[in-house]
Design a protein around this ligand. Sequence first.
Ligand SMILES: [Zn+2]
Length: 87
Amino acid sequence: MVDMLEGTMKIVSGCAECERLWQEYSRATSDHIRLEGKLKVAALSYDPDQVSTLSALVQRAAGERTAARDAVNSHTTSGHADSASAS
Ligand SMILES: [Zn+2]
């Protein structure tokens, strides 16, 4: 299950900021997917404590993923101008 928005991202190889932001997004995405998997297992095991804990973690991971994606998008749509001096 791949986020379709990934295909629209315009990452420039050689741009350090692109690479940094993309790594951050990749990490956030794999964290989110991993936690969602754990949550499904906990739900199938009828483990309410784990479901409660993991639900909070999944929500946070989803937020981080969205923020990372937005950071990539705002960087790429601004023409990579902020790679030297991020504001
Ligand atoms: Zn860039």
